[in-house]
Design a protein around this ligand. Structure first.
Ligand code: NAP
Length: 199
């Protein structure tokens, strides 16, 4: 049993599929929430489970949102009761509005849920292959409750990246991290990473 409990990965596309398989390969308990679990091949050879979103949320301690941002509100409305008290980890980006995150939406629709944001500022190609010259890149994250930092850090580490704390309650800075990276993606390609160096 993973120390961070079970992670539900909602959405089995580029982001959800890549992250969920990486979490499972690192030894974490993962259940994908898919609209069509019977047809899904998201788990691959990892041993992760694939279930309906309802079943996945019910089983989870942490719920990673990896669906189109336009669908987040409907997801929260449908699963509000089941999400109560859980950690909602938001990887979604709501384009083209200036605010990309769903922190306010989560707070309004599931007031007892805890919110964290990560995996929004770099491309899925980086989550699939997180090293450059043999060294891992960094990934920014934020939590509102410091007690949730170890869970988010464990999931970032599971992907092979190094967690970089952006401060408590700063989903705005996680949006900014993406905006700052976009010109580099356009110049150097989507698998462009970030590395913090220090003594
Ligand atoms: N692509 C990237 O590199 C990247 C990077 C950072 C953040 N993001 C964000 O991550 C989220 C997912 O992006 P993606 O590239 O993984 O998209 P994607 O490949 O299209 O996958 C989205 C998944 O969400 C589920 N889904 C689709 N429509 C849905 C709906 N109407 N309601 C509920 N679930 C639905 C589907 O899984 P099922 O069919 O199994 O339900 C689908 O596979 C987006 O918010 C995006 O902004 C993407």
């Amino acid at each position: 049993m993973s120390e961070i409990g079970t992670t539900a990965v909602i959405g089995t596309g580029n982001i959800g599929g890549t992250l969920g398989r990486a979490f499972a390969r690192a030894g974490h308990a993962v259940v994908f929430g898919s609209r069509n679990p019977a047809a899904s091949e998201a788990a691959g050879d990892t041993g992760a489970k694939v279930a309906t979103p309802e079943e996945a949320v019910a089983a989870a301690d942490t719920v990673l949102l990896a669906i189109p941002a336009d669908d987040v509100q409907a997801f929260l409305r449908t699963h509000a009761d089941a999400l109560a008290g859980k950690l909602v980890l938001d990887a979604t980006n709501r384009f083209p509005l200036p605010v990309l995150h769903s922190a306010d939406l989560v707070r309004a629709m599931v007031p007892t849920a805890r919110y964290a944001r990560a995996f929004n500022s770099q491309a899925w190609e980086t989550f699939a292959d997180p090293r450059w010259d043999g060294e891992p890149g960094h990934l920014f994250y934020t939590v509102f409750d410091a007690a949730d930092a170890p869970t988010v850090e464990a999931l970032i580490s599971a992907v092979g990246l190094v967690p970089a704390f952006a401060g408590l309650g700063r989903p705005d800075l996680l949006d900014a991290a993406l905006f700052l990276m976009v010109p580099a993606y356009e110049t150097h390609g989507r698998r462009t990473g970030l590395r913090l160096v220090h003594d």
